[in-house]
Design a protein around this ligand. Structure first.
Ligand code: GLC
Length: 621
């Protein structure tokens, strides 16, 4: 391979790899971007950073530390006027008209162009939650959520996913993704369980590192790289039930000793820092009563000093307003504790005014401000943003592969490898493609929104044809023989006489605190679908879409086969690949699966009764 510019070399490598996957070639799971060398240390940019830092006024430094959500920008001019360092699109905060990739690129270029007018010229870093693909954008490749990736145990494929995600993010002019989430959820009643790869930090640390490698490559200046963000620091998945903020667990208090924090919740940060992660986001939650966003021990002593993190710390969305005291006091507390950039996200002028007052009143030392801006500039230099020869606008040529078949082939392989066979009595699976009659039941069977779950097009996700993709039913109709009769129903009625019936059931979409649950039972409607099918006297396969293990009482005894499909995303073909045996299942649980008589769902509690242990997953042969 000739070594032309790294961008085209990488693209050629990726294209060939993805083409191989798309063609079904028996490539290794993924020809990795073998990191030519360890990532360049961010502090190695200080020779360029420090002279610029010295030239900045206090207002310009404050502007670099400020990140509004684009939906709250009073005027495009504010980007130049206030020297804003960053802008984000929160969940679903897309363009005002249209949600396709080109419209996103036009929107982001509009913001970027404003920042190119600043003097000294410091381009924006634009952030978005690309947490399972560029999931806000219609037509993007939407991958399975992290809980499914954890069941693949396939770091190379997770790296490939991140690589594809970075390309699709770059196609829209965005250069920063708020991922990977390296939470280690210990209580599956938490609404963010599906954002975690596993309850086991050994799985989380490997896949989190792979995701950073895929997003950033080994050179952040690669035009196909985006800055990553390890989140939510730290022990966001370790909160005690009942301590949540507006919900039982989310944003609650992790009441654990330091040894447990280091052993269970820190490993994902050790590996992502080693991989050169450019940014880290503190959690809304607290550790033993102290908010992570206010903890000098966590953000400065541990993360920056002990672990040597050289990038910058970005707050969560409005997280400072959850700290004790007035807004001015919250700002002083968090910045002094080590916060570098604040995701305000709405009242950014007020934020900058109060930050400046704190500095002028001596409540925040200028040295702390300089540390923050130095870190922000390090990332911008590393991304190549400061090179005047580099065009900072969207690479429109990447629009041609946005949501492409090659990209979707990577997602399809991840879907295949993420499915966990929980039950397969009398070897109902795999199904025959030439079965005489297949009945498909359940509202989720032909619903791309339910297949994708939260963080898809909108923050909470939603039912229906929310984006483009292949549903399970859509894929099944392609796969079965022309002689196969396919019937459908919402409630499981009408299956009598079928060769086999498939029930597609599971959770409605949710994100964050909206997904906290006290009760993990499947809905009575879902249970009824399975029971109606069983009452038809036909073999029943239950496929479950969920962001966590759910209580299987009521269906486990009625279904002959049960598949945990998690939240598979847009590529339903990965489901039928396993259903009809084109590929054999290899997925293994990355979370323990509780029994219905559990009295607790916090891992390790005496009341947590195991139905299926972590690492469980049936093969076909
Ligand atoms: C959200 C989430 C965080 C996300 C951020 C920006 O509230 O906690 O994961 O990156 O805000 O959308």
């Amino acid at each position: 391979m000739t070594h032309s510019s790294s961008g085209s070399t990488r693209r050629a490598l990726l294209s060939r790899t993805l083409a191989g996957l798309a063609a079904g070639a028996c490539l290794p799971a993924y020809a990795p971007f073998a990191l030519a060398s360890p990532p360049r240390r961010l502090s190695s940019f200080d020779a360029e950073v420090m002279p610029l830092l010295k030239r900045l006024t206090l207002d310009q430094k404050i502007g670099q530390m400020t990140q509004p959500d684009q939906i709250y920008l009073a005027s495009l001019d504010d980007i130049e006027k206030y020297y804003l360092g960053s802008v984000l699109s929160g969940g679903g905060a897309g363009p005002k008209s249209g949600n396709d990739a080109k419209t996103w690129a036009d929107m982001v270029d509009g913001f970027e162009t404003q920042s190119l007018r600043t003097n000294p010229r410091i381009p924006l870093i634009y952030g978005v939650d690309a947490v399972h693909g560029h999931n806000n954008v219609t037509g993007a490749t939407v991958f399975p959520h992290n809980i499914a990736l954890g069941c693949t145990r396939d770091a190379k494929l997770v790296e490939a996913m991140a690589r594809v995600t970075a390309e699709e993010v770059r196609a829209t002019g965005i250069n920063w993704a708020f991922g990977p989430c390296v939470a280690v959820p210990q209580d599956i009643r938490w609404g963010r369980t599906y954002e975690g790869y596993s309850e086991n930090p050994d799985i989380v640390k490997v896949l989190g590192e792979a995701a950073v490698r895929g997003l950033q490559t080994d050179n952040l200046a690669n035009p196909l790289a985006v800055a990553a963000c390890a989140k939510h620091y730290v022990a966001d998945g370790g909160t005690a039930f009942g301590t949540g903020h507006d919900a039982p667990l989310d944003q609650g208090d992790a009441r654990i000793d330091e040894a447990t924090l280091r052993k269970t919740h820190l490993p994902g940060y050790l590996t992502t820092i080693k991989a050169g992660v450019a940014t880290i986001m503190p959690s809304y939650s607290s550790w033993n009563g102290v908010h992570c966003s206010a903890s000098k021990f966590l953000m400065t002593n541990l993360l920056k000093t002990e672990l040597g993190f050289e990038g910058f710390i970005i707050s969560d969305y409005g997280a400072l307003q959850e700290l004790p005291g007035s807004y001015k006091e919250q700002i002083a507390t968090s910045i002094n504790a080590g916060m570098d950039m604040v995701m305000v996200p709405q009242h950014y002028v007020e934020f900058m005014t109060l930050l400046k007052q704190n500095i002028q009143e001596g409540k925040i030392p200028l040295s702390r401000i300089d540390d923050s801006v130095m870190r922000i500039l390090r990332v911008k230099f590393a991304l190549g943003l400061m090179d005047p020869r580099r065009n900072q606008l969207a690479n429109r040529s990447l629009l041609s592969t946005f949501g492409s078949a090659a990209h979707r082939a990577v997602a399809r392989e991840l879907v295949r490898k993420s499915l966990v066979i929980l039950k397969n009595d009398s070897r109902v699976l795999p199904l025959a493609r030439n079965a005489a009659h297949i009945h498909v039941a359940g509202v989720a069977a032909d619903d791309i929104g339910l297949q994708c779950g939260g963080w898809t097009i909108t923050w909470q996700g939603g039912k229906g044809a929310t984006t483009t993709g292949t549903t399970l039913l859509g894929s099944l109709r392609k796969v079965v023989s022309s002689s196969t009769r396919v019937t459908t129903s919402a409630d499981g009625g009408g299956a009598a006489g079928a060769t086999v019936a498939i029930a597609v059931i599971g959770e409605q979409p949710y994100a964050e605190m909206k997904g906290d649950r006290k009760d993990l039972h499947l809905s009575k409607e879902d249970v009824a679908v399975v029971q109606n099918l069983k009452n038809s006297g036909v073999p029943v396969v239950a496929i479950i879409y969920s962001g966590r293990p759910v209580i299987l009482d009521g269906i486990l005894d009625h279904a002959d086969a049960v598949i945990a499909a998690w939240l598979p995303g847009t590529e339903g073909d990965g489901l039928t690949d396993i259903l009809f045996g084109a590929h054999k299942p290899t997925g293994k649980l990355s979370y323990t699966w509780p029994a219905g008589d559990s009295t607790s769902f916090h891992l390790g509690d005496a009341g947590y009764k195991t139905l299926f242990p972590r690492d469980y997953g049936l093969p076909y042969d």
